[in-house]
Design a protein around this ligand. Structure first.
Ligand code: G4P
Length: 290
């Protein structure tokens, strides 16, 4: 399968990001907790150097809780400030402001020493498409604005959203384009639904996903499709069992693998097989990807 995606927009997006980043103190980078590495574009490290950095493991509700903990440690070890969140429900948001203060300690201190008062921290939200940037901005800014009572002066302005007197958010997120440097990365992005399904071969994608699930989340997979464990369980055999369980047949009782594949992928993307993470944190992994 050839995974390619939106190549034409990349330079423009990067230029816009460069312009915006010069205005800000803090980069809030959203990654998908199910693939925290493949959903990052490492260019952000270059673009965001000399800025305070906060990584939000978003969609943490869909990811394996144990893996979330490991990824938190992993990013911390790499020098990032990091939090687990669910942009849809706002879970984890309460910890953001204290974390922002921690991440911007030096800037706040510098301002204080220079006698600069009331200069808020300015932040930008960045991430690859579909990672949850708009959901996050709406929900985070919505809550904070409600809290300050939408008073005059609490502008939901054109460019900056004033969250409180100490924090402003650029109202347009920065779009980073995923890096398709290896087929593995492309596959994982496809699995979580960050690519147009029209260009994907569903059965091939399902087969890759099944191979991973059989190895790492076998029980949850079998339970979802009420399948009994078999000694030699291959992805194809599992797909057959999904066909049986979901009555996916073409005319003449021929299994409809395409349909079963689409069901599986949709179940996975929506967390119906359980909370699943597709990549684990390994030392040196990020350096390899750069
Ligand atoms: P973007 O701006 O980065 O492109 O992403 P956007 O906010 O549009 O979010 C993409 C999808 O991800 C949306 O789903 C959104 O609801 C969902 N989402 C965002 N954050 C979270 C999260 O923390 N957990 C979960 N489970 N989902 C999240 P959608 O299918 O486009 O819309 P809808 O089904 O929510 O209506």
């Amino acid at each position: 399968m050839n995974y390619q995606w939106y190549p034409g927009h990349m330079t423009k997006a990067k230029r816009m990001m460069q312009e915006n980043i010069s205005l800000i103190d803090l980069v809030i980078e959203l990654v998908d907790a199910r693939i925290p590495l493949s959903s990052r574009n490492p260019d952000i490290d270059e673009l965001g150097k000399n800025k305070s950095r906060l990584i939000l493991l978003n969609k943490s509700d869909l990811a394996d809780p144990e893996a979330n903990r490991q990824w938190m440690d992993c990013f911390k070890e790499r020098g990032f400030h990091v939090l687990e969140v669910n942009a849809k429900t706002g879970q984890g948001f309460r910890a953001i402001w204290p974390k922002v203060q921690e991440a911007c300690k030096e800037k706040i201190e510098r301002d204080r020493k220079r006698g600069i008062k009331n200069r808020p921290v300015r932040a930008i939200v960045v991430g690859i498409p579909n990672v949850g940037k708009s959901t996050f901005i709406n929900s985070f800014a919505g809550k904070a604005c409600a809290k300050t009572g939408n008073k005059p002066g609490v502008t939901k302005g054109k460019q900056w959203i004033r969250l409180n007197k100490d924090l402003e958010l650029l109202d347009t997120p920065g779009i980073l384009w995923p890096k398709f440097e290896s087929e593995e990365v492309g596959k994982k992005l496809a699995m979580i639904g960050s690519m147009n399904d029209d260009i994907l071969q569903m059965t091939e994608l399902a087969s890759e996903l099944l191979a991973y699930l059989l190895e790492h989340y076998r029980e949850a997979l079998l339970a979802r499709y009420q399948a009994a464990a078999e000694e030699e369980m291959t992805p194809l055999r599992m797909l057959e069992l999904i066909c049986e369980n979901r009555k996916c047949y073409k005319k003449g009782q021929e299994p409809d693998y395409e349909k079963a594949a689409a069901i599986l992928v949709d179940d996975f993307r929506n967390g119906r097989i359980g909370r699943i993470t597709l990549e684990i944190c390994e030392k040196g992994q990020e350096e390899e990807q750069k």
